[in-house]
Design a protein around this ligand. Structure first.
Ligand code: ADP
Ligand code: 5GP
Length: 219
């Protein structure tokens, strides 16, 4: 069987354009869990490494999980137009560096973005051709239970995340896909289907038809 991350284009030299897959969700809906599964399944996916002003957590490494910046550095980069989008999330700044994204896409590499809802909506103005996926919790009650079960947030932080979730859900209509993360296997299947179908879009395979036509011309 073909490895799942092998190029799907079957013509030699057919140029590919990378696909952007943007995932957003209310905190606790299971976005990190789904991102980890997708990246494990498709190791060829380039992950957009964001800049943030928050401190590293646990085993997080600079340049791998995030580029950890001081507030001053972040604001200077923001002023210089370094970010494709940026947002303040839970009191810290986060931003997506623009140049590496454009570079990777032009080289045909697919890119995965794990960004907040405000950021995803800004990114839509810059990369309208990307696929925007909103991960939904099955219910309010389950979202709260997952936030509590994760054991990383205080009661105050959980209340704030639940309040933010309402505002984020109100923006869900701007996204192309709504995936309910109830059963993790079903949610992961749907996300894989979105990605695999996205890779087959004509705009991601601009070299395919010219490559075929050239075979007629040579004949
Ligand atoms: P997010 O990145 O969206 O904040 P996480 O991926 O950290 O969310 O998930 C929040 C919690 O819910 C974690 O403890 C995770 O293990 C759990 N979780 C994620 N998806 C599911 C699921 N489908 N069923 C049950 N628990 C889940
Ligand atoms: P965390 O601090 O838990 O890693 O991330 C907090 C939130 O910030 C998550 O919702 C995550 O998706 C979001 N985030 C991470 N990087 C970016 C980014 O570059 N831009 C925006 N807008 N949000 C981001």
């Amino acid at each position: 069987m073909r490895p799942t991350d092998a190029p799907l284009d079957n013509l030699q030299g057919a140029t590919r354009k990378g696909l952007c897959l943007v995932l957003s969700a209310p905190s606790g809906a299971g976005k990190s869990t789904l991102v980890a599964r997708l990246r494990a399944e498709f190791p060829g996916f380039a992950y957009s490494i964001s800049c943030t002003t928050r401190a590293p957590r646990g085993a997080e490494e600079n340049g791998v999980h995030y580029h950890f910046l001081t507030r001053e550095d972040f604001l200077a980069k923001r002023g210089a137009g370094y970010f494709a989008e940026w947002a303040e999330v839970h009191g810290n700044f986060y931003g997506t560096p623009k140049a590496p994204v454009e570079d990777k896409l032009s080289r045909g590499q697919d890119m995965l973005f794990d960004i907040d809802v405000q950021g995803a909506l800004q990114l839509k103005a810059v990369f309208p051709q990307a696929l925007y996926v909103f991960i939904l919790p099955p219910s309010k009650e389950v979202l709260e239970r997952r936030l509590r079960g994760r054991g990383t947030d205080s009661e105050e932080a959980i209340a704030k995340r639940m309040k933010n979730a309402l505002g984020e859900l109100n923006q869900a209509g701007h996204f192309d896909y709504h995936i309910v993360n109830d059963d993790i296997e079903e949610a992961a299947d749907e996300l894989r289907a979105v990605y695999v179908a996205g890779r087959a879009r004509a705009i991601c395979r601009p070299g395919l038809v010219p490559g075929l036509l050239a075979q007629w011309e040579r004949a």
